[in-house]
Design a binder for this molecule. Structure first.
Ligand code: BES
Ligand code: MN
Ligand code: ZN
Length: 499
């Protein structure tokens, strides 16, 4: 897909489709009004006949509109003018994209960037329209024997501006959103791949390929013997039951002076989580192929920032392995020593994410980070707490939580600040080791974060539990590409804060 900004009025556009909004009650947006005038009230006549009410996210496709050079005109209902805010805009733009891509139009000019969205500017409108275009055209059919060609993905999308020129924020938004959209696509593809293809070695090869495609990226892959030397007894305890070798992938993005300390992103990369000896029940176990979505979001984010050429340094760390039962698998009650020196009693082998993350988080300190953010499909309890709407956000510093929430708000990639209070810590006390790997049913997402907090005391750290947001279940089963928008926006904001 190609995106650009197009200056000029809608009644002048010679293209496959011109897309304009209509508010409820038949009130035309500015662009629709211009079209209507040129077309001698064709639009208002259609509205008067009752064929387009302006109800939010309804669409009406018109052909051969008099005096309009464009092949088609797509009217999109925006809902009530006085209620027009982010959610209404998103629903309408998604509906517009869905209908647009059912047509044969090869290019389209959308007049959505100038719409009056409460509390949001034109740059935001453009970003969200780009995301919606990516979302509606995404297909995962690389594993179907007779895949239909995805024609939609080649459509040229232009954002029409009525004003004389485009602004720097609008142009930046377009470029950044396209890079984030591509990053999300990578994240979705990796997530949707099955566990027999997307193994730890496969993820390592993807990281190598990414580094090959971008000069600003450098990759290192550690093998199990290297992890032994580093003392990563916790990470290695998870992979013991699997025939696939574990990997520890590091991608270093250099966007500015080497002396500038990096931000580190750590992504959970369990390519299949059977639960291990604490085996999961059979229902929906296939979805545990998505247990590497944290890792995939790190790769997607790094691709996006490399594409944008962000001026900062970022390190992505991906501990990746399978969690499988076998004769050599770790057993409940086993005690292991983590890289930090802390001993861990593994009471449930299904709480494996924190076991691989804790060693990766200890390893992260070697990069002398200003900030570390880990991203993990960590707990079913987080899905119970926040559903599929918000990711769980934890931090040992409120200002960092606030920065991530700001990025989340900007991109509509929701997160919710959860508590990390010391009162929860005793739930992890073990009779036999320094700490145990589960804290009971109460507050399961919080105690998982508390576990990680024992390994992150020497730096500014945040944790995103994306168990409910990384993929969708049921008929629409598929990876979402979240939280790539949140993470990338956070990094963009870090650069702007420095300047
Ligand atoms: N990968 C799962 C978390 C998960 C479960 C994400 C369901 C999305 C949907 C994680 O490794 C896990 O199994 N966590 C356990 C922890 C428990 C044993 C303390 C869980 O949430 O049940
Ligand atoms: Mn598990
Ligand atoms: Zn898991």
């Amino acid at each position: 897909m190609e995106f650009s900004i197009k200056l000029g009025n809608p009644e002048k556009q010679r293209c496959g489709c011109v897309v304009v909004g209509v508010f409820e009650g038949g009130k035309l947006s500015d662009a629709a009004q211009m079209l209507n005038q040129a077309a001698k009230n064709t639009l208002s006549d259609i509205i008067a006949r009752g064929d387009m009410s302006g109800k939010m996210a309804t669409t009406l496709l018109l052909h051969n509109v008099p005096n309009i050079p464009s092949e088609r005109v797509l009217l999109v209902g925006l809902g009530k003018r006085e209620e027009f805010a982010a959610r209404q805009y998103l629903n309408s733009i998604r509906a517009a994209m869905r209908t647009l891509f059912t047509t044969g139009a090869k290019d389209a000019v959308l007049y959505f960037a100038d719409l009056p969205v409460a509390g949001r500017d034109s740059a935001w409108c453009i970003s969200q329209a780009v995301f919606a275009a990516f979302e509606t055209t995404y297909r995962f059919n690389q594993l179907k024997s007779k895949a239909e060609k995805n024609k939609r993905a080649s459509c040229k999308i232009q954002f029409g501006l009525l004003s004389g020129k485009s602004t720097a924020p609008q142009n930046a938004a377009l470029k950044q959103a396209a890079a984030i959209g591509q990053g999300m696509k990578l994240t979705k593809d990796l997530g949707n791949l099955p566990g027999n293809i997307c193994t730890p070695s496969y993820l390592a090869r993807q990281a190598v390929a990414l580094a090959k495609a971008h000069k600003s990226l450098k990759v290192t892959v550690l093998e199990e013997k290297d992890m032994h030397k580093l003392g990563m007894g916790s990470l290695l305890s998870v992979t013991r039951g699997s025939d696939e070798p574990a990997k520890l992938i590091t991608l270093e993005y250099r966007g500015t002076d080497k002396k500038q300390k990096p931000i580190v992103l750590v992504g959970k990369g369990v390519t299949f989580d059977s639960g291990g000896i604490s085996l999961k029940p059979g229902a929906e176990m296939d979805e545990m192929k998505y247990d590497m979505c944290g890792a995939a979001s790190v790769l997607g984010t790094l691709q996006a920032i490399a594409e944008i050429g962000l001026e900062l340094n970022v390190v992505g760390i991906i501990p990746t392995c399978e969690n499988m039962p076998s004769g050599s698998a770790t057993k409940p009650g086993d005690i292991v020593t983590s890289m930090s020196g802390q001993t861990i009693e593994i009471l449930n082998t299904d709480a494996e994410g924190r076991l691989i993350l804790c060693d990766a988080l200890t390893y992260a300190a070697k990069f002398e980070p200003t900030t570390v953010v880990d991203i993990a499909t960590l707990t079913g309890a987080c899905v119970i707490a926040l559903g599929h709407v918000a990711s769980g956000l934890y931090s040992n510093q409120d200002t960092l939580a606030q920065e991530l929430l700001t990025a989340s708000e900007q991109t509509c990639d929701r997160a919710w600040h959860m508590p990390l209070w010391d009162e929860y810590q005793p739930q992890l006390d073990s009779n036999f080791a320094d700490i145990q790997n589960i804290g009971g049913r109460a507050g399961g997402s919080i105690t998982a974060a508390c576990f990680l907090s024992r390994f992150t005391q020497n730096y500014r750290w945040a944790h995103l539990d994306i168990a409910g947001t990384a993929w969708k279940s049921g008929k629409e089963k598929g990876a979402t590409g979240r939280p790539v928008p949140l993470l990338t926006q956070y990094l963009i904001n870090c650069v702007e804060a420095d300047n």
